[in-house]
Design a protein around this ligand. Structure first.
Ligand SMILES: [Zn+2]
Length: 182
């Protein structure tokens, strides 16, 4: 890997002691924090950055050595955020883009947002009331509750820690997932 490609990687920064995600930062900022003794490596990418004098294992996740007090930002609900949170996977049948359904290869644009309690019954646009669903399951469910339609949730939809990090997760390495999910 070239130096410039390595430097384009992004690093997930966690808070000290709680390991709550704080931000997505550049490799150079992460290395600066590590060199200053302010952070420790939690996960490595496996890539190495060589300089004239030294080499560094490129981190994927680092944590501050001390806890910093930051106000909790509430995650703003969005359709895109729900799809990314659920990794574009149907909460009812588990299909995801790339799978074949009714002789068609599913793409991300085939995945829809299902309101678990339908909007017609007062269900809101919230993180815990919405999940990714394939068009087929969404159609089958219609205006009913999952159990009324004979459907089961494969996981419980949760509120992510920050909407910014949910979007970052969509493009970030899978190693970040366990640190971002609540
Ligand atoms: Zn489905």
């Amino acid at each position: 890997m070239t130096t410039s490609a390595v430097m384009q990687n992004r690093v997930l920064l966690l808070n000290g002691s709680t390991w709550e995600p704080l931000a997505v930062i550049t490799v150079s900022r992460a290395i600066n924090l590590l060199l200053a003794g302010k952070a420790t490596v939690v996960e490595e990418t496996g890539d190495v950055l060589r300089t004239m004098r030294d080499y560094f294992a490129i981190p994927s996740v680092i944590a501050l050595k001390t806890y910093i007090n930051v106000p909790r930002r509430k995650a703003h609900w969005s359709r895109k955020g729900v799809l990314v949170r659920d990794n574009y996977t149907c909460v009812y049948c588990g299909v995801k883009p790339g799978a074949v359904q009714k002789d068609k290869v599913l793409s991300r644009s085939d995945m829809t947002i299902d309101h678990i309690i339908p909007r017609s019954k007062g269900g809101k646009d919230t993180w815990t009331n919405t999940a990714c669903a394939c068009a087929s399951c969404n159609h089958r469910k219609g205006d009913r509750l999952p159990n009324e339609a004979g459907l089961k949730l494969r996981w419980e939809p949760k509120t992510p820690r920050t909407s910014y990090l949910v979007i970052a997760l969509g493009t970030g390495p899978s190693a970040w997932r366990r640190y971002i999910e609540v």
